[in-house]
Write a protein of this length. Structure first.
Lengths: 80, 260
């Protein structure tokens, strides 16, 4: 079972620059074209399953807008 | 914002405490933000936020005092190293940093930075090189590459009349007073991580009283370069890094012994 994680993008800071989208090794980040932030940008969001919580999007984010979580290994999931 | 953490998951990364909760004025994709974030992360890791005093420069980086969650003063154009000298000499137990762009440090403030370095002032200088004057509209800076088009060199920088770019890291590394002078890039995750390590070393140099430390960050300026952030990263890699090679230019033997 691969490691699972997820990210939460704070829309107060995100400016849709796509540096995280380009950096994501799993290609699961994208811009949310259906949504506009208060500053007028499409914010980054998870667009597919497969986030491992590696943290590389957070390394490249110029706005420190991304909070990254990773599931602890060895935890049994009810759904799986 | 959901920042709840359950017992089945670990927090990998969250916004550092040393940044205030305000949105920056930087353009989307500007790597000033990455430099801010890295400095804030290192300050959090070292636990020195209450001891920090920053000196902001003039240029895009002028609003650094709004974004860092510690004390800041703002210096006249280019005079941040002179002001930092005064702050550090009056309050030697504080950690003093300056945060300057290339228009500020490599142009109008060249005298201040050279003399602060040659005196071996115990301060840390963060220098952002994005090859133009960002805030005023992308004019030619001392760091603009030969042939690069800017709003004040519309046919490309002509070295016959406008001279050659200044390599600030190499220049300051020649001075006996400097202890730690390196150049890093902010274009990809690997280089960003190396930049963070260099920031840690530079602040350790100051914490141990080993003298002057300076880090030059190669940075992108998508708006004034007229490119997307992704294209800017490629341009930095293909054009800037060959002219401004990354590396350690001055590491004093005492600094080389620092283990982190």
């Amino acid at each position: 079972m691969p490691v699972r994680g997820y990210v939460v993008v704070n829309e107060t800071y995100c400016k849709g620059c796509e540096l995280c989208v380009e950096a994501c090794p799993q290609h699961v980040l994208g811009l949310d074209a259906t949504h506009i932030t208060a500053k007028g940008y499409h914010p980054a969001t998870l667009i597919a399953d497969g986030c491992t919580g590696c943290g590389i999007c957070g390394v490249m984010c110029p706005e420190a807008a991304i909070t990254i979580y990773r599931e602890k290994s060895g935890v049994e999931r009810i759904t799986s | 914002m959901t920042t709840m953490q359950t017992e089945n998951e670990t927090l990998v990364y969250a916004r550092p405490e040393s940044l205030t909760n305000v949105s920056t004025h930087y353009c989307p994709g500007c790597t000033h933000g990455i430099a801010h974030r890295l400095i804030a992360e290192v300050i959090d890791e070292m636990g020195i936020r209450e001891r920090m005093i920053g000196v902001a420069s003039v240029g895009c980086s002028v609003f650094a005092y709004n974004y860092f969650n510690f004390d800041f003063v703002q210096a006249p154009h280019g005079r941040a190293p002179a002001m930092a000298t005064g702050v550090k000499r009056v309050l030697p137990d504080k950690m003093v940093i300056t945060y300057q762009g290339d228009g500020d440090m490599a142009s109008i403030g060249m005298a201040e930075i050279v003399h602060a370095a040659t005196r071996g002032e115990n301060i840390t200088v963060f220098f952002i090189n994005n090859t133009n004057y960002g805030m005023t509209g992308g004019q030619m800076a001392p760091t603009t590459l030969p042939g690069q088009k800017t709003t004040s060199s519309i046919h490309g920088r002509d070295v016959e009349t406008q001279g050659y770019p200044i390599r600030a890291a190499e220049l300051l590394s020649q001075l006996d007073g400097s202890s730690y002078v390196v150049r890093r890039s902010l274009n990809d995750p690997k280089n960003v991580r190396l930049a963070k390590k260099a920031i840690r070393v530079a602040l350790e140099v100051q914490a141990r009283g080993l003298g002057f430390s300076m880090i030059e960050f190669l940075s992108i300026c998508p708006t004034n370069w007229g490119m997307t952030p992704e294209a800017s990263k490629k341009w930095l890699e293909e054009k800037m890094i060959p002219y401004y090679p990354l590396g350690d230019y001055k590491v004093h033997p005492a600094v080389a012994q620092i283990k982190i």
